[in-house]
Design a protein around this ligand. Structure first.
Ligand code: UDP
Length: 377
């Protein structure tokens, strides 16, 4: 803490990602002093962006992040700190020797089955393929078999999901598949949200601006020592939930990602994200970053092949796995977090949930406002 005295109203924020930045900003605007700690040497957490030194392309260092929301206040909030450029996420997948459009839409269905179905016909056709003996789908696999049938599931989801999550889709909750719609028209926008865009100068610039307030001090490359929490009026913690409790109930499962970078002169794949559905291909997807900034011009290109694996103690946690069988362990941590009255656990890692950026910001706004209206909880 550099020996500097803390005022009794000083708040600690652990993690300089979206949750920490938004909470810190609201508290600072309300007159609190805020100390933000992050172990990394940059802000913005896993949505960190930086220019690739070789090609000049803005790179999503921890994998693709596309901002999309229906939340008007959240959209206005991010636009306060950054100009959002028009961007539509159009994802393709390579499976069984062909390229298809995702999310599954009328084009995908017609191409896959060699048909020329109209929307109502396709709806009836897919309904026929679904396994109606599954009345209440609980797992990812059951959800897919019920609503898509075996062929589409195996071509587009089974292999990809085994690679991405390292387990059978029958062990994963249905909620993961529910992220992806099925469309009975030719709309191939990956997201079905009113607002969508890319920050003109990247997410790191946006988060830097959110944190740019006289009431906020940011300490990068600095580990927050739990023992110091009592020096603060309150702590907002967006680090790993199990880490806060020294893994007392064991480690919660995460997936981490490895990226294999390569460059290309020209346009490598013609889109930002190409998924690979086949199990024989070891990576899940290839991201060609320059397509995230269609308003910029770059001849050279930088791409990341993305590999997913189990997260070890020294790896960066990305996706909380939330296997159905791990619910009991998670409940123990959530109970412990609830009892820690001087600390509020926030964000993807602090609450161990698979959160989109807009939901993270919505929750951060709500959490900070609740605290401001009743600081003692
Ligand atoms: N998924 C899949 N095949 C695909 C794309 C997604 O099986 O081509 C599954 C996979 O289990 C993934 C989930 O759907 O984790 C959610 O996909 P999304 O694109 O939202 O994943 P993210 O971009 O957040 O990694």
């Amino acid at each position: 803490m550099n020996g500097s005295a803390l005022s009794p109203s000083t708040i600690a924020v652990v993690g300089a990602g979206l949750s920490g930045a938004v909470i810190g900003r609201l508290l600072a605007e309300a007159g609190h002093s805020v100390e933000v700690f992050d172990t990394r040497d940059h802000v913005a957490g896993n949505c960190h962006t930086e220019r690739d030194p070789q090609t000049g392309v803005m790179v999503h260092v921890y994998g693709p992040h596309i901002f999309h929301t229906d939340d008007t206040e959240v959209w206005a909030y991010v636009n306060r700190f950054q100009t959002f450029m028009p961007y539509k996420n159009r994802v393709k997948t390579t499976a069984g020797g062909q390229v298809y459009s995702l999310p599954i839409n009328l084009h995908t269905i017609n191409q896959f089955f060699g048909k020329t179905l109209r929307p109502d016909e396709a709806r009836a056709f897919i309904e026929e393929l679904g396994d109606r003996s599954i009345t209440e789908p609980k797992s990812f696999e059951e959800q897919a078999l019920r609503f898509l049938g075996r062929d589409l599931y195996e071509a587009f989801f089974k292999g990809y999901t085994e690679k991405q999550w390292g387990c059978s889709p029958s062990a994963l909750p249905a909620s993961i598949l529910k992220r992806l719609p099925v469309r009975f028209n030719y709309d191939d926008d990956y997201f079905f949200h009113r607002y969508q865009g890319m920050p003109e100068n990247g997410y790191t610039d946006m988060v830097t601006r959110i944190l740019d307030h006289p009431g906020i001090r940011v300490h990068l490359s600095t580990r927050f020592e739990r023992a110091t929490a009592r020096e603060f009026a309150h702590t907002f913690y967006s680090g790993p939930l199990d880490g806060y409790f020294d893994y007392a109930h064991g480690r919660l499962g995460y997936r981490t990602l490895d990226f294999e970078r390569f460059t290309y002169q020209g346009d490598y794949q013609g889109c930002a994200v190409m998924n690979y559905g086949d199990s024989a291909v070891p990576y899940t997807r290839i991201t060609e970053h320059k397509h995230f900034s269609p308003w910029e011009e770059h001849d050279a290109s930088v791409c990341y092949r993305e590999f997913s694996r189990a997260c070890g103690p020294d790896d960066i946690p990305y996706y909380p796995i939330r296997l159905m069988e791990d619910q009991a362990q998670l409940s123990l941590y959530l109970k412990a977090a609830h009892e820690e009255k001087q600390v509020t656990f926030v964000g993807r890692l602090g609450t161990y949930r698979y959160l989109d950026m807009d939901v993270t910001i919505r929750e951060a706004l709500d959490t900070a406002r609740r605290f401001l209206s009743s600081p003692t909880g």
